[in-house]
Design a protein around this ligand. Sequence first.
Ligand code: NAD
Length: 265
Amino acid sequence: MSDRKNVFLFYKKNDELEEKIQEIRKIGRKYDYRLVDHPDDANIIASFGGDGTFLQAIRKSGFREDALYVGVNDGRLGFYTDFNTNDPEKIEMALQSDQTEILKYPTLEVDVDGMQSFQCLNELSIRSQIIKTFAIDVYIDGLYFETFRGDGMVVSTPTGSTAYNRSLNGAIVDPKLNGMQLTEIASINNNQYRTLGAPLILNHDRELVLKIVQDGNDHPIIGADNEALSIRHSHEIKVKVSNKKIKTLRMKDNLFLHKVRRSFL
Ligand code: NAD
């Protein structure tokens, strides 16, 4: 952390937050941190807001592998935000002590029709955009696995497993396990259509291919974390665990299991 001094602040401007950020800026200046106007010039990118703002900070800055991302929440504790605008003392402590550590979070690498590729930190989601089911042929490492028909499918990272995936009854995955999880959104299971009907956790070296069956309803929405892509018509979506990771700063006393217990138990 000490060799990184150029900081970009990512947040939606509002008067109340601006006031709190002024306080944090003062602390930064005290320890020789410099604010930069563009994320490309930063080696620390700090987001102020919820988990959604943290996800946007990473996406808008291009999933920089050479930058350190820091999530500062605005009062409500999140999964990616270890610091709090209401607790500037803790931020100051983090800047000068050994109470923090750098974590590397796995991401997904997604390719759509060989034309567009992008990363996800939480999940890739594919959903019907009309009140009609659509079908996906699922292939794993080139092997035909199943044909899904329903509302959609989600492929999540371990850190994303506590987000959308959890609402779909997916398993919560320890981020120390490197892999991806496929969950269904309201699959139809009857004599005509049959899917696994359970979350499927795949090792990091697998390749998942989701082929949208071209049967009329073949314009699903593709979501990368909390952003819908502007792809209107897709055929084949390849998903792999990326070898690019995101570096984040977290307090040593705020482990994944603390967050799971605090949020869900
Ligand atoms: P947000 O900050 O408002 O997030 C919404 C909620 O999701 C918050 O409570 C946040 O803390 C939580 N969240 C986000 N990432 C999390 C994670 N990795 N683990 C545990 N909780 C997490 O911002 P947003 O833009 O609405 O959030 C985006 C995320 O919302 C998506 O990446 C997706 O995972 C999730 N989502 C969930 C559902 C659902 O559960 N039905 C539907 C769509 C999207």
